[in-house]
Design a binder for this molecule. Structure first.
Ligand code: ARG
Length: 250
């Protein structure tokens, strides 16, 4: 009896308790989760949560006629929290991967990008040059997954936050840092004294929002809202503000 209940719950509980669009609409407020430590996508400016994805999330909620409650969690907890229905969706620069798609439903991508190698002048700029080198990356990311595929690295160091991985490179404790190409552009600009350089792109990825597995009503609503803000100039305006260009997938 108990066993049956557990099996039924394993199959249904996650989707049964995720709030479908209707439930969110009647509550009036949507709960959005992000990390808050991945500038310029999601970060704190003093006490204020901001960034491209925060402004985009707000614009999508507005399009849906909903108020927003933001929740910040360590990156590695975000998709787990989604599975536990702690929030309605996650917007935190998650690359769409097969592995993640087993646990969540992804929306259409909200931008396209890639993971790049960053080092100090004279440091490694290509995958081949990472041979024998120490590389810093954020844990739970596609950067880690892809750096692991590079043959011959001496050590891959992981950090809870991407900004800590960058600090490790700046402090001279790693030879390279692998992160998002747009994050890298900002980090290079912010650390001109150190003299960082952007090397090759290791891999490309599509970045999307995640809803709980099976929450297709919310997934559809987010896709529609994204289409609208991409058509009415709102997306372009936010993108220009942070990147000086439109970063939507072409
Ligand atoms: N794009 C990478 C991935 O899919 C890293 C995302 C990191 N996001 C963050 N909020 N720190 O794993």
């Amino acid at each position: 009896m108990k066993k049956t209940a557990l099996l039924v719950c394993l199959a249904l509980c996650a989707t049964a308790s995720a709030r479908p669009l209707e439930a969110i609409r009647s509550a009036g407020t949507i709960k959005i989760a992000t990390e808050g430590a991945f500038p310029p996508f999601n970060y704190y400016e003093g006490k204020k949560l901001t960034g491209f994805e925060v402004e985009l999330g707000n614009a999508l909620a507005k399009e849906l006629g909903l108020k927003v409650e933001w929740v910040t969690q360590p990156f590695d907890n975000l998709l787990i929290g989604l599975g536990q229905n702690r929030f309605d969706f996650v917007i935190a620069s998650h690359g769409v991967t097969e592995e993640r798609a087993k646990a969540v439903n992804f929306t259409n991508p909200h931008y396209c990008t890639g993971g790049v190698i960053v080092s100090k002048k004279g440091g490694p700029k290509t995958a081949a040059a990472l041979r024998g080198k120490t590389v810093a990356v954020q844990v739970g990311t596609s950067y880690l997954e892809n750096v692991r595929k590079v043959a011959g690295t001496k050590e891959v160091k992981t950090f809870p936050k991407d900004t800590d991985a960058l600090q490790n490179l700046l402090a001279g404790r790693s030879d390279a840092w692998v992160s998002d190409k747009f994050v890298a552009i900002d980090a290079i600009k912010a650390n001109t004294r150190v003299g960082l350089q952007q090397g090759d792109m290791l891999f490309q990825e599509k970045i999307a929002m995640a809803v709980a597995k099976g929450n297709t009503s919310l997934q559809g609503a987010l896709n529609d809202a994204l289409k609208k803000v991409q058509a009415n100039g709102t997306y372009a305006k936010i993108s220009k503000k942070y990147f000086d260009q439109d970063i939507r997938c072409k």
